[in-house]
Design a protein around this ligand. Structure first.
Ligand code: FE2
Ligand code: FE2
Length: 307
């Protein structure tokens, strides 16, 4: 088994951003705080005609949403699961190297959450725009619902599966924000730092799935498989309440917000976006044999994730 795992963390000491990147303070350069083309609402006629102040504020609120999502993801979903793995409590018979690497991932993620929070604070201080965020992002509520609904014999598998889902997706934001030269260098560098670490995490969690799935009993696979699409949607579906709060706080009228929300977030478009974003993860689950069970295949089809 040991031979199957090729660590991507051997040079962690030299390349991990927590060991090598400076604390980045937000400097006064860059006009936009988020890439407008990545915010579908920005192309809506209502926002296209809005004042520059409103349009800029929408981008600031979108940045806040992204930063808060990142903090919550690291702290509530990835760190707890990875901490369990590092202490040999995953219930899996993993190579020792994977336990050591789990410690490194916990350190990386704690650093990501920290610098993301620091950036959020810096943006708030610089723009003097107060964040307008829900108490908890929608994905944490979705995960709680799934956890409670899960048959008791597999409860807990949802947490490790969600960590695998969220860590093996290629986040388009991690890729695209650093390339947008209209953004402050600090924002771009921070996101680039995050992306550099996540490339290694991606390899780790895809390997983890290769250990997890065969270690599950047939019954566990049949029970858990149909929940995978829900976990994927929990991670990738837009956070509608948060988006609406941001638009409202940017200065749009209530009816305009409703109009934009219903025009921009059509179901077909959402499903197509989620399917595109989830492609690598879906491929790993296919390779692991997860879709060989009828109910799981059906759940993937019903969700629109596969044809
Ligand atoms: Fe991270
Ligand atoms: Fe990660």
């Amino acid at each position: 088994m040991e031979a199957d795992y090729r660590s991507r963390f051997r040079n962690w000491e030299r390349v991990a951003t927590v060991r090598n990147s400076p604390v980045r303070e937000l400097a006064g350069d860059g006009e936009l705080l988020f890439t407008p083309e990545l915010v579908p609402a920005m192309a809506h006629p209502i926002l296209a005609q809005a004042t520059p102040e409103i349009r800029e504020a929408v981008l600031v609120h979108r940045l806040y949403e992204y930063l808060k999502f990142t903090i919550d993801l690291e702290q509530s979903a990835v760190i707890p699961v990875t901490g369990h793995i590092s202490r040999g409590m995953s219930g899996l018979d993993l190579p020792e190297g994977m336990l050591l690497d789990a410690f490194k991932i916990v350190t990386d993620e704690a650093w990501h959450a920290q610098f993301t929070y620091e950036l959020l604070r810096d943006v708030r201080n610089r723009t003097r725009i107060a964040p307008a965020l829900p108490d908890a992002p929608t994905f944490t509520g979705a995960l709680t619902r799934i956890h409670e609904e899960l048959p008791s014999e597999i409860r807990g598998l949802d947490e490790i599966l969600f960590a695998i889902v969220s860590e093996t997706l290629i986040s388009s934001l991690l890729d695209e924000l650093p390339q947008d030269t209209r953004l402050p260098a600090t924002v771009r560098e921070m996101v680039a730092d995050h992306a550099a670490d996540e490339a290694k995490h991606h390899a780790y969690f895809s390997a983890l799935l290769r250990y997890l799935w065969p270690a599950m009993t047939r019954r566990e696979r049949e029970l858990a498989g149909p929940y995978i699409p829900q976990l994927i949607f929990a991670f990738l579906e837009p956070d509608y309440p948060s988006a609406a709060l941001g638009l409202r706080a940017a200065g749009l009228a209530g009816e305009d917000v409703e109009q934009i929300m219903s025009d921009v977030y059509g179901r077909d478009r959402i499903v197509a976006d989620v399917r595109r974003g989830a492609a690598p993860t879906i491929q790993y689950f296919v390779e692991a044999g997860a879709l060989e069970h009828g109910a799981t295949l059906e759940a993937f089809q019903e969700s629109g994730l596969i044809a």
